[in-house]
Ligand binder design. Structure first.
Ligand code: HEM
Ligand SMILES: *[C@@H]1O[C@H](CO)[C@@H](O)[C@H](O)[C@H]1NC(C)=O
Ligand SMILES: *[C@@H]1O[C@H](CO)[C@@H](O)[C@H](O)[C@H]1NC(C)=O
Ligand SMILES: *[C@@H]1O[C@H](CO)[C@@H](O)[C@H](O)[C@H]1NC(C)=O
Ligand SMILES: *[C@@H]1O[C@H](CO)[C@@H](O)[C@H](O)[C@H]1NC(C)=O
Length: 319
């Protein structure tokens, strides 16, 4: 009996520790007194940005992903380089690629007017990513809030943590596992490639060197993306509905019509993820559910909370 109670206490203590440094630290009503207008301001900012350019929704979603994968969702990606500081904007995956910074600046400026010095840039980015997906027709999820902003950023950590398009399935799995994300999360979150664009330089290797690619699709992309040159030519991931968030990404994987080697790895001869791809390709509701769950997990990676970090006034620089 005594041993039973001892075990119970140990288990309870352990669950509290894991809550203290896990996703449960964030809560959806974090700003309900200090900034009740926050959600509507961010939503309006996303709506305005989408009116100007539909692609921006994809860019904001990716910005949040690239923030979270580098030492947690702490707005580190938003810090500008200075003469004495190199941040993440020029890391391999972000240079000439990450975009949407001005949208976050505009939203932050409106938020500062309504409720000065209380809302973090990291929280604004998490909300903007969710609102982008919703407005493009994707699923919704509750965004836990209370993240604080980093006072530093690391280009080498960004180089090492953000997955690259030349990764194979096993390195993709390891990369996501390093962030506490599962194989289901890897496949579902890759479904973000139902929106947005990629540059020729990123998909060249796939369309010239991978086997098992649809021949007409390969040919048409090779016409736009030669073996050398045209590096910055853009193509949509989902050539049918590039600004609509749906499960066509997975249908395209089944049809061997995808842009990146890393996408191709998720559905290929002998891949352990083939059944997940088939499931999401045939069942949009399953995809939406898994995507939303994956986003909640990704959004909760190592947040700075309590008195850690700061609430940046300007997302581009520390206070
Ligand atoms: C699984 C590993 C992943 C790899 C290797 C990868 C790689 C890439 C690459 C190379 C691009 C094109 C960038 C360019 O050409 O400049 C891209 C674009 C994009 N990625 Fe991923 N990605 C991955 C996962 C994700 C995840 C988890 C998300 C979000 C949840 C995401 C969202 C996006 C979006 C929305 C775009 C288009 C952005 C735009 O049009 O501005 N990706 N990704
Ligand atoms: C980033 O891109 C610019 C413009 O293409 C280039 O001049 C610069 O060398 C790149 N920086 C890094 C670190 O790769
Ligand atoms: C990170 O990647 C960029 C661009 O490829 C490169 O210039 C830089 O040397 C890399 N390493 C570090 C530590 O920044
Ligand atoms: C995947 O890539 C890693 C790193 O390049 C390599 O060590 C490994 O052998 C590759 N795995 C497979 C199954 O190709
Ligand atoms: C394709 O593979 C060849 C031979 O391994 C290599 O030399 C070339 O750089 C690769 N092309 C691309 C675009 O990755």
């Amino acid at each position: 009996m005594a041993a039973y109670y001892f075990l119970l206490i140990v288990l309870l203590a352990a669950s509290e520790i894991s809550e203290a440094d896990g996703q449960n630290e964030l809560c959806t009503d974090f700003y309900c007194n200090s900034c009740p207008e926050l959600l509507s301001i961010v939503n309006q900012g996303v709506v305005n940005a989408l009116k100007k350019e539909t692609r921006i929704g994809a860019s904001l979603l990716r910005l949040h992903f690239h923030d979270c994968f580098v030492n947690g969702c702490d707005a580190s990606i938003l810090l500008d380089d200075t003469s004495s500081f190199i941040g993440e904007k020029t890391a391999a995956a972000n240079n000439n690629s990450a975009r949407g910074f001005n949208v976050i600046d505009d939203i932050k400026a409106s938020v500062e007017k309504a409720c000065p010095k209380v809302v973090s840039c990291a929280d604004i980015l998490a909300l903007a990513a969710r609102d982008s997906v919703v407005h493009l027709g994707g699923p919704s999820w509750d965004v836990g809030l209370g993240r604080r902003d980093s006072i530093t950023a690391s280009r080498s950590d960004a180089n090492n943590s953000i997955p690259a398009p030349f990764f194979n399935l096993s390195t993709l799995k390891t990369n996501f596992a390093n962030q506490g994300l599962s194989v289901e999360d890897l496949v579902a979150l890759s479904g973000a490639h139902t929106i947005g664009l990629a540059r020729c330089v990123q998909f060249r290797a796939h369309i010239y060197n991978d086997s098992n690619v649809d021949p007409l699709f390969r040919k048409s992309l090779q016409n736009k993306c030669p073996r050398s040159g045209n590096d910055n030519v853009l193509e949509p991931f989902d050539y049918q509905t590039p600004t609509h968030f749906d499960n066509l990404y997975f249908k395209n994987l089944l049809a061997k019509k995808t842009l990146l080697h890393s996408d191709h790895e998720l559905f290929n001869i002998g891949s352990s993820t083939n059944n997940l791809v088939r499931k999401y390709a045939t069942n949009n509701a399953e995809f939406f559910k898994a995507f939303a769950e994956g986003m909640v997990k990704m959004s909760s990676i190592k947040p700075l909370t309590g008195s850690n970090g700061q609430i940046r006034i300007n997302c581009r620089k520390t206070n």
